[in-house]
Design a binder for this molecule. Structure first.
Ligand code: HSE
Length: 300
């Protein structure tokens, strides 16, 4: 039995919702080809598109590790699995690259095993992959990659995950400046103690953003896309961050911020033309700064 599965990139945090909000885009994403064999064990046979960056060893690769956890859970460690991973998105970009591979692998094995679990039930296994990739099993990439649209992680313990409505015609304009920002390092930059007044600002914005999604009120969504806790520190790692923000806002973006842990940035827009205009201008700005970049425009 054989299957090929695509899983999408995701924008985690959505500015104010560190570790609790994320949404999926249509592209880019990763592809996994999976074959069942008679030889028990999970094997990565090939990885393409990663420039040799990802480990082939089963205990080190996020795809095989999460598939192993899944097989253990359903008591099928007798099963043999061969995996080919096609990386079709940049690694370490802040677009949920490890999440896309892991989710494609988990979705594939679940299909081959007769859809024993729902997409939502696969989330804890995907979080094992994130733990391996960046030291913490955050769910704000894997949950939207599995469920689509906007997702809220209301609680991690116990896990409580809620699908949120997606406003009509919402688009994402994503630009990836090609500088290295590993999530592990970007997580270490954040303060772990915060001021009450900053917490008040932050939870006001999270509630505002979620309300905006429910009310289909993009102005409210935009007003709420502010982050006083994480962005001030992480934005230092992103070349031209303030200029990229000005370009987005001056050209009609609903809101702008860091995608996941960066260095990618994203803007939400009301249509694809505005999104394309913003990414074109931002890329031109990065070119002037002598920084290579790639851009993705997608419906949310
Ligand atoms: N919430 C995570 C972080 C997302 O900001 O570290 C990483 O993509």
């Amino acid at each position: 039995k054989q299957i090929k599965v695509f899983a999408p990139a995701t924008v985690a945090n959505v500015v104010c919702g560190f570790d609790v909000l994320g949404f999926a885009v249509n592209e880019p994403g990763d592809e996994v080809e999976m074959t069942l064999t008679d030889q028990p064990g999970v094997k990565i046979v090939q990885i393409t598109g990663d420039n040799g960056k990802l480990p082939l060893e089963s205990h080190k690769n996020t795809v095989s590790v999460s598939v192993q956890h899944y097989l253990k859970h359903i008591n099928r460690e007798d099963v043999g699995v061969e995996i080919t991973l096609h990386k079709k998105m940049p690694i370490g970009s802040g677009l949920g690259s490890s999440s896309a591979s892991t989710v494609a692998g988990l979705f594939a094995i679940n299909q081959l095993m007769g859809s024993r679990l729902t997409a939502k039930e696969l989330i804890p296994f995907a979080m094992k992959g994130e733990e391996l990739a960046c030291g913490y099993g955050h769910a704000d990439n894997v949950a939207p990659a599995l469920m689509g649209g906007f997702v809220l992680i209301r609680s991690y313990d116990p896990l409580d995950i809620i699908s949120l409505p997606v406003p009509t015609n919402l688009h994402a304009a994503i630009v990836y400046p090609e500088v290295d920002v590993p999530t592990k390092d970007a997580r270490q930059m954040i303060r772990t103690k915060i001021q009450l007044k900053d917490a008040v600002t932050q939870w006001g914005n999270v509630a505002g953003l979620v309300s905006g999604l429910f009310l289909d009120d993009l102005d409210l969504v935009g007003r709420s896309m502010k982050d006083v806790l994480v962005e001030p520190f992480r934005s230092i790692l992103i070349p031209g961050f303030e200029e990229l923000r000005n370009i987005a806002i001056e050209n009609g973006a609903v809101g702008f911020g860091i995608s996941g842990s960066g260095p990618s940035v994203f803007a939400l827009t009301k249509d694809s033309l505005t999104a394309r205009k913003i990414t074109d201008l931002q890329q031109a700005h990065l070119t002037k700064m002598k920084i290579n970049s790639s851009a993705f425009v997608s419906a949310v």
